[in-house]
Design a protein around this ligand. Structure first.
Ligand code: MRU
Length: 362
Protein backbone atom coordinates (compact mmCIF):
# COMPACT_ATOMS: atom_id res chain seq x y z
CA UNK A 1 0.00 0.00 0.00
CA UNK A 2 1.42 3.41 -0.83
CA UNK A 3 0.71 6.17 1.66
CA UNK A 4 1.11 9.85 0.86
CA UNK A 5 4.44 10.99 2.36
CA UNK A 6 3.24 14.35 3.77
CA UNK A 7 0.72 12.85 6.18
CA UNK A 8 1.09 11.67 9.75
CA UNK A 9 0.74 7.88 9.86
CA UNK A 10 1.01 6.36 13.34
CA UNK A 11 1.31 2.80 11.99
CA UNK A 12 3.44 2.04 8.94
CA UNK A 13 4.09 -1.35 7.36
CA UNK A 14 7.58 -1.28 5.88
CA UNK A 15 9.42 -4.24 4.32
CA UNK A 16 8.79 -6.96 6.91
CA UNK A 17 8.03 -4.96 10.05
CA UNK A 18 5.82 -2.27 11.55
CA UNK A 19 6.98 1.24 12.37
CA UNK A 20 5.05 3.08 15.08
CA UNK A 21 5.32 6.77 15.88
CA UNK A 22 6.18 6.72 19.58
CA UNK A 23 3.28 8.79 20.92
CA UNK A 24 4.67 8.76 24.45
CA UNK A 25 7.54 11.00 23.29
CA UNK A 26 5.72 13.57 21.21
CA UNK A 27 5.93 16.52 20.93
CA UNK A 28 9.50 16.84 22.18
CA UNK A 29 10.79 13.92 20.10
CA UNK A 30 9.56 12.32 16.88
CA UNK A 31 10.71 8.72 17.15
CA UNK A 32 9.78 5.67 15.10
CA UNK A 33 9.78 2.35 16.94
CA UNK A 34 10.35 -0.82 14.94
CA UNK A 35 8.04 -3.69 15.87
CA UNK A 36 8.79 -7.16 14.50
CA UNK A 37 7.17 -9.42 17.11
CA UNK A 38 3.62 -9.78 18.32
CA UNK A 39 4.71 -9.52 21.98
CA UNK A 40 6.30 -6.14 21.26
CA UNK A 41 3.14 -4.94 19.56
CA UNK A 42 1.14 -5.91 22.65
CA UNK A 43 3.53 -3.90 24.84
CA UNK A 44 3.33 -0.93 22.45
CA UNK A 45 -0.47 -0.89 22.70
CA UNK A 46 -0.46 -1.33 26.48
CA UNK A 47 2.11 1.40 27.09
CA UNK A 48 0.38 3.72 24.60
CA UNK A 49 3.25 4.05 22.13
CA UNK A 50 0.29 3.61 19.79
CA UNK A 51 -3.08 4.77 21.11
CA UNK A 52 -6.49 5.99 19.96
CA UNK A 53 -9.26 3.51 19.17
CA UNK A 54 -8.91 3.05 15.38
CA UNK A 55 -5.09 3.18 15.53
CA UNK A 56 -4.90 0.38 18.07
CA UNK A 57 -7.26 -1.62 15.84
CA UNK A 58 -4.84 -1.20 12.92
CA UNK A 59 -1.84 -1.96 15.15
CA UNK A 60 -3.50 -5.08 16.54
CA UNK A 61 -4.29 -6.32 13.01
CA UNK A 62 -0.61 -6.05 12.11
CA UNK A 63 0.18 -7.65 15.48
CA UNK A 64 -1.91 -10.61 14.34
CA UNK A 65 0.29 -10.95 11.27
CA UNK A 66 3.48 -10.69 13.30
CA UNK A 67 2.13 -13.37 15.63
CA UNK A 68 1.00 -15.55 12.72
CA UNK A 69 4.47 -15.31 11.21
CA UNK A 70 5.97 -16.71 14.42
CA UNK A 71 3.78 -19.85 14.27
CA UNK A 72 5.87 -22.69 12.88
CA UNK A 73 3.34 -25.39 12.10
CA UNK A 74 2.17 -26.31 8.60
CA UNK A 75 -1.03 -27.83 9.97
CA UNK A 76 -4.01 -25.57 9.35
CA UNK A 77 -6.00 -26.51 12.48
CA UNK A 78 -2.97 -26.22 14.76
CA UNK A 79 -2.20 -22.88 13.13
CA UNK A 80 -5.73 -21.58 13.77
CA UNK A 81 -5.55 -22.69 17.42
CA UNK A 82 -2.23 -20.92 17.92
CA UNK A 83 -3.55 -17.86 16.11
CA UNK A 84 -6.29 -17.81 18.74
CA UNK A 85 -3.57 -17.49 21.41
CA UNK A 86 -2.01 -14.60 19.48
CA UNK A 87 -5.44 -12.96 19.44
CA UNK A 88 -5.78 -13.46 23.21
CA UNK A 89 -2.43 -11.75 23.83
CA UNK A 90 -3.49 -8.71 21.83
CA UNK A 91 -7.00 -8.65 23.32
CA UNK A 92 -5.51 -8.40 26.82
CA UNK A 93 -3.79 -5.07 26.12
CA UNK A 94 -6.53 -2.45 26.60
CA UNK A 95 -10.18 -3.11 27.46
CA UNK A 96 -12.27 -0.12 26.40
CA UNK A 97 -11.76 0.67 22.70
CA UNK A 98 -13.85 -1.84 20.76
CA UNK A 99 -11.87 -1.27 17.54
CA UNK A 100 -9.12 -3.46 19.01
CA UNK A 101 -11.47 -6.44 19.38
CA UNK A 102 -13.23 -5.64 16.11
CA UNK A 103 -9.96 -5.76 14.15
CA UNK A 104 -8.74 -8.96 15.85
CA UNK A 105 -12.11 -10.65 15.29
CA UNK A 106 -12.10 -9.61 11.64
CA UNK A 107 -8.64 -11.10 11.11
CA UNK A 108 -9.70 -14.33 12.84
CA UNK A 109 -12.90 -14.57 10.79
CA UNK A 110 -11.26 -13.87 7.42
CA UNK A 111 -8.49 -16.37 8.18
CA UNK A 112 -10.91 -19.13 9.22
CA UNK A 113 -12.99 -18.52 6.08
CA UNK A 114 -9.97 -18.66 3.75
CA UNK A 115 -9.21 -21.91 2.02
CA UNK A 116 -5.53 -22.73 1.66
CA UNK A 117 -2.28 -23.73 3.27
CA UNK A 118 -0.78 -21.98 6.29
CA UNK A 119 1.60 -19.86 4.20
CA UNK A 120 -1.34 -18.56 2.22
CA UNK A 121 -3.31 -17.83 5.41
CA UNK A 122 -0.41 -15.73 6.67
CA UNK A 123 -0.58 -13.63 3.49
CA UNK A 124 -4.34 -13.25 3.94
CA UNK A 125 -3.74 -11.89 7.45
CA UNK A 126 -1.25 -9.29 6.21
CA UNK A 127 -3.64 -8.24 3.45
CA UNK A 128 -6.48 -7.95 5.96
CA UNK A 129 -4.39 -5.68 8.20
CA UNK A 130 -3.55 -3.49 5.20
CA UNK A 131 -7.21 -3.39 4.19
CA UNK A 132 -8.25 -2.32 7.72
CA UNK A 133 -5.68 0.46 7.59
CA UNK A 134 -6.68 1.72 4.16
CA UNK A 135 -10.41 1.53 4.93
CA UNK A 136 -9.87 3.56 8.09
CA UNK A 137 -8.20 6.32 6.10
CA UNK A 138 -11.12 6.39 3.67
CA UNK A 139 -13.72 6.26 6.45
CA UNK A 140 -12.10 9.14 8.30
CA UNK A 141 -12.13 11.29 5.18
CA UNK A 142 -15.85 10.53 4.75
CA UNK A 143 -16.41 11.37 8.43
CA UNK A 144 -14.66 14.68 7.78
CA UNK A 145 -17.02 15.48 4.90
CA UNK A 146 -20.18 14.46 6.77
CA UNK A 147 -19.00 16.32 9.84
CA UNK A 148 -18.53 19.46 7.83
CA UNK A 149 -22.13 19.24 6.59
CA UNK A 150 -23.45 18.67 10.13
CA UNK A 151 -21.60 21.54 11.82
CA UNK A 152 -23.70 24.60 12.64
CA UNK A 153 -24.03 27.43 10.13
CA UNK A 154 -22.65 30.55 11.76
CA UNK A 155 -22.16 34.12 10.48
CA UNK A 156 -18.48 33.76 11.32
CA UNK A 157 -16.00 30.93 10.87
CA UNK A 158 -16.38 28.11 13.37
CA UNK A 159 -14.77 27.92 16.78
CA UNK A 160 -14.64 24.24 17.67
CA UNK A 161 -13.59 22.54 20.87
CA UNK A 162 -12.15 19.04 21.18
CA UNK A 163 -10.94 16.74 23.92
CA UNK A 164 -8.06 14.26 23.89
CA UNK A 165 -6.60 13.35 20.50
CA UNK A 166 -8.88 11.85 17.88
CA UNK A 167 -6.61 12.84 15.04
CA UNK A 168 -4.29 11.24 12.50
CA UNK A 169 -2.26 9.82 15.38
CA UNK A 170 -5.33 8.07 16.79
CA UNK A 171 -6.45 6.55 13.49
CA UNK A 172 -4.80 5.30 10.30
CA UNK A 173 -3.90 8.86 9.38
CA UNK A 174 -6.67 11.47 9.07
CA UNK A 175 -8.63 11.50 12.29
CA UNK A 176 -12.24 11.31 13.36
CA UNK A 177 -12.98 14.39 15.49
CA UNK A 178 -9.79 16.05 14.28
CA UNK A 179 -10.68 14.84 10.80
CA UNK A 180 -13.82 16.99 11.01
CA UNK A 181 -11.69 19.89 12.24
CA UNK A 182 -9.22 19.24 9.41
CA UNK A 183 -12.01 19.23 6.82
CA UNK A 184 -13.41 22.46 8.27
CA UNK A 185 -9.97 24.04 8.09
CA UNK A 186 -9.35 22.91 4.51
CA UNK A 187 -12.78 24.29 3.52
CA UNK A 188 -11.99 27.61 5.16
CA UNK A 189 -14.82 27.20 7.66
CA UNK A 190 -12.65 27.03 10.76
CA UNK A 191 -11.57 30.03 12.74
CA UNK A 192 -9.94 28.21 15.64
CA UNK A 193 -9.77 24.94 17.52
CA UNK A 194 -9.84 24.97 21.30
CA UNK A 195 -8.14 21.86 22.64
CA UNK A 196 -8.48 20.56 26.19
CA UNK A 197 -5.08 19.55 27.51
CA UNK A 198 -6.69 16.24 28.65
CA UNK A 199 -5.32 15.25 32.02
CA UNK A 200 -3.73 13.00 33.02
CA UNK A 201 -1.86 11.91 29.88
CA UNK A 202 -2.16 15.23 28.08
CA UNK A 203 -3.13 13.87 24.66
CA UNK A 204 -4.65 17.27 23.84
CA UNK A 205 -1.59 19.29 24.79
CA UNK A 206 0.96 16.87 23.40
CA UNK A 207 -0.70 15.25 20.39
CA UNK A 208 -3.64 17.34 19.15
CA UNK A 209 -1.57 20.50 19.44
CA UNK A 210 1.34 18.80 17.63
CA UNK A 211 -0.92 17.70 14.78
CA UNK A 212 -2.39 21.18 14.44
CA UNK A 213 1.06 22.70 14.28
CA UNK A 214 1.98 20.29 11.43
CA UNK A 215 -0.95 21.60 9.40
CA UNK A 216 -0.94 25.17 10.67
CA UNK A 217 -4.47 24.81 12.07
CA UNK A 218 -5.01 27.67 14.55
CA UNK A 219 -5.22 26.10 17.98
CA UNK A 220 -5.71 27.46 21.48
CA UNK A 221 -4.78 25.09 24.27
CA UNK A 222 -6.81 25.26 27.48
CA UNK A 223 -6.82 23.16 30.61
CA UNK A 224 -9.81 20.84 30.98
CA UNK A 225 -11.38 22.99 33.69
CA UNK A 226 -11.50 26.03 31.38
CA UNK A 227 -13.92 24.55 28.83
CA UNK A 228 -17.07 25.60 30.73
CA UNK A 229 -15.84 29.17 31.03
CA UNK A 230 -15.03 29.31 27.31
CA UNK A 231 -18.54 28.11 26.47
CA UNK A 232 -20.13 30.61 28.86
CA UNK A 233 -18.10 33.37 27.18
CA UNK A 234 -19.56 32.42 23.78
CA UNK A 235 -16.21 31.29 22.45
CA UNK A 236 -17.32 27.83 21.23
CA UNK A 237 -19.78 27.01 18.41
CA UNK A 238 -19.61 23.21 18.67
CA UNK A 239 -17.76 20.41 20.44
CA UNK A 240 -16.37 17.48 18.44
CA UNK A 241 -14.86 14.44 20.13
CA UNK A 242 -13.97 10.88 19.16
CA UNK A 243 -15.17 7.61 20.69
CA UNK A 244 -13.68 4.39 22.00
CA UNK A 245 -16.91 2.45 22.10
CA UNK A 246 -20.51 3.30 21.32
CA UNK A 247 -23.30 1.02 22.53
CA UNK A 248 -26.48 0.03 20.71
CA UNK A 249 -28.49 2.82 22.39
CA UNK A 250 -25.94 5.48 21.37
CA UNK A 251 -24.07 5.92 24.68
CA UNK A 252 -20.43 6.83 24.07
CA UNK A 253 -17.26 5.88 25.95
CA UNK A 254 -14.44 8.31 25.28
CA UNK A 255 -11.51 9.85 27.11
CA UNK A 256 -12.15 10.75 30.73
CA UNK A 257 -13.62 14.25 30.85
CA UNK A 258 -15.83 13.83 27.77
CA UNK A 259 -18.97 13.32 29.88
CA UNK A 260 -18.42 16.54 31.81
CA UNK A 261 -17.82 18.39 28.57
CA UNK A 262 -21.11 17.06 27.15
CA UNK A 263 -23.04 18.22 30.22
CA UNK A 264 -21.52 21.68 29.98
CA UNK A 265 -22.20 21.90 26.23
CA UNK A 266 -25.81 20.87 26.86
CA UNK A 267 -26.15 23.53 29.56
CA UNK A 268 -25.02 26.16 27.06
CA UNK A 269 -27.07 24.81 24.14
CA UNK A 270 -23.91 24.06 22.18
CA UNK A 271 -24.05 21.10 19.75
CA UNK A 272 -22.00 18.12 20.88
CA UNK A 273 -20.77 15.82 18.11
CA UNK A 274 -19.11 12.43 18.36
CA UNK A 275 -17.09 11.41 15.28
CA UNK A 276 -16.39 7.69 14.86
CA UNK A 277 -16.45 4.94 12.25
CA UNK A 278 -19.24 2.36 12.47
CA UNK A 279 -16.67 -0.18 13.69
CA UNK A 280 -16.65 1.74 16.99
CA UNK A 281 -20.29 0.81 17.61
CA UNK A 282 -20.61 -2.32 19.72
CA UNK A 283 -24.12 -3.54 18.97
CA UNK A 284 -23.55 -6.38 21.43
CA UNK A 285 -23.84 -3.98 24.35
CA UNK A 286 -27.22 -2.49 25.23
CA UNK A 287 -25.99 0.65 26.97
CA UNK A 288 -22.91 2.40 28.31
CA UNK A 289 -23.09 0.79 31.75
CA UNK A 290 -21.80 -2.42 30.10
CA UNK A 291 -18.62 -0.87 28.71
CA UNK A 292 -15.46 -1.97 30.53
CA UNK A 293 -13.62 1.13 31.68
CA UNK A 294 -9.84 0.90 31.80
CA UNK A 295 -8.15 2.02 35.01
CA UNK A 296 -4.56 3.07 34.59
CA UNK A 297 -1.62 3.44 36.91
CA UNK A 298 -1.89 6.04 39.69
CA UNK A 299 1.46 7.56 38.71
CA UNK A 300 -0.34 9.16 35.75
CA UNK A 301 -2.04 11.38 38.37
CA UNK A 302 0.59 11.57 41.07
CA UNK A 303 3.47 12.54 38.80
CA UNK A 304 4.20 14.96 36.02
CA UNK A 305 7.17 13.46 34.26
CA UNK A 306 9.45 12.26 37.04
CA UNK A 307 8.15 14.81 39.54
CA UNK A 308 5.62 13.88 42.21
CA UNK A 309 2.91 16.55 42.61
CA UNK A 310 1.13 15.31 45.75
CA UNK A 311 1.91 13.98 49.22
CA UNK A 312 2.64 10.30 49.67
CA UNK A 313 0.16 7.90 51.29
CA UNK A 314 -3.03 9.13 49.57
CA UNK A 315 -5.47 7.14 47.41
CA UNK A 316 -5.96 7.58 43.66
CA UNK A 317 -8.66 6.75 41.16
CA UNK A 318 -7.62 6.88 37.51
CA UNK A 319 -10.35 5.78 35.07
CA UNK A 320 -9.11 6.41 31.53
CA UNK A 321 -12.59 6.77 30.00
CA UNK A 322 -16.11 7.85 30.90
CA UNK A 323 -19.52 7.30 29.34
CA UNK A 324 -21.60 10.10 27.83
CA UNK A 325 -25.32 9.26 27.65
CA UNK A 326 -26.88 9.36 24.17
CA UNK A 327 -29.30 12.14 25.19
CA UNK A 328 -26.39 14.61 25.44
CA UNK A 329 -25.12 13.86 21.92
CA UNK A 330 -26.36 15.93 18.98
CA UNK A 331 -25.15 13.43 16.39
CA UNK A 332 -22.67 10.67 15.78
CA UNK A 333 -20.75 11.46 12.63
CA UNK A 334 -19.94 8.19 10.86
CA UNK A 335 -18.66 7.28 7.40
CA UNK A 336 -22.33 6.72 6.50
CA UNK A 337 -23.46 10.17 7.58
CA UNK A 338 -24.26 12.11 10.74
CA UNK A 339 -26.88 10.15 12.65
CA UNK A 340 -28.79 10.69 15.84
CA UNK A 341 -27.31 8.26 18.41
CA UNK A 342 -30.57 6.29 18.59
CA UNK A 343 -30.53 5.83 14.81
CA UNK A 344 -27.21 3.95 14.70
CA UNK A 345 -28.96 0.67 15.40
CA UNK A 346 -31.64 1.34 12.78
CA UNK A 347 -28.92 2.02 10.22
CA UNK A 348 -26.99 -1.13 11.15
CA UNK A 349 -29.96 -3.44 10.95
CA UNK A 350 -31.71 -1.61 8.14
CA UNK A 351 -34.81 -0.77 10.16
CA UNK A 352 -36.62 1.86 8.16
CA UNK A 353 -39.83 2.20 10.17
CA UNK A 354 -40.38 5.92 10.48
CA UNK A 355 -37.11 6.55 8.65
CA UNK A 356 -33.71 7.55 9.90
CA UNK A 357 -33.16 11.18 10.77
CA UNK A 358 -30.04 12.43 9.10
CA UNK A 359 -28.63 15.37 11.00
CA UNK A 360 -28.17 18.33 8.71
CA UNK A 361 -26.46 21.50 9.78
CA UNK A 362 -28.45 23.62 12.21
O1 MRU B 1 -6.27 6.53 25.98
P1 MRU B 1 -6.26 6.93 24.54
O2 MRU B 1 -5.30 8.03 24.23
O3 MRU B 1 -6.11 5.74 23.63
O4 MRU B 1 -7.71 7.51 24.32
C1 MRU B 1 -8.07 7.99 23.06
C2 MRU B 1 -9.44 8.57 23.01
O5 MRU B 1 -10.16 8.60 23.98
C3 MRU B 1 -9.92 9.03 21.67
O6 MRU B 1 -10.77 10.11 21.80
C4 MRU B 1 -10.66 7.88 20.99
O7 MRU B 1 -9.88 6.71 21.01
C5 MRU B 1 -11.03 8.18 19.61
S1 MRU B 1 -9.62 8.23 18.54
C6 MRU B 1 -10.16 8.54 16.97
Amino acid sequence: MSLAPHHVYPVIWQDDHVLLIDQTRLPSEYDLVQISRCADMAIAIKTMIVRGAPAIGVAAAYGMYLGAREIETGDREVFLTQLGHVADTLRATRPTAVNLFWAIDRVMRVTRQSIGQVDYLKQVILQTAQAIQLEDLQMCEAIGDYGLAALPQTPHRLRLLTHCNAGALATAGYGTALGVVRSAWRSERLERLYADETRPRLQGARLTAWECVQEEIPITLITDSMAAHCMQQGMVDAVVVGADRITANGDVANKIGTYGLAIVAHAHDIPFFVAAPFSTVDFGLVDGSQIPIEERDSTEISHIGETSICPEGIAFYNPAFDVTPARLITAVITEQGALKPEDLIKREFGIRRGGIDRVEST
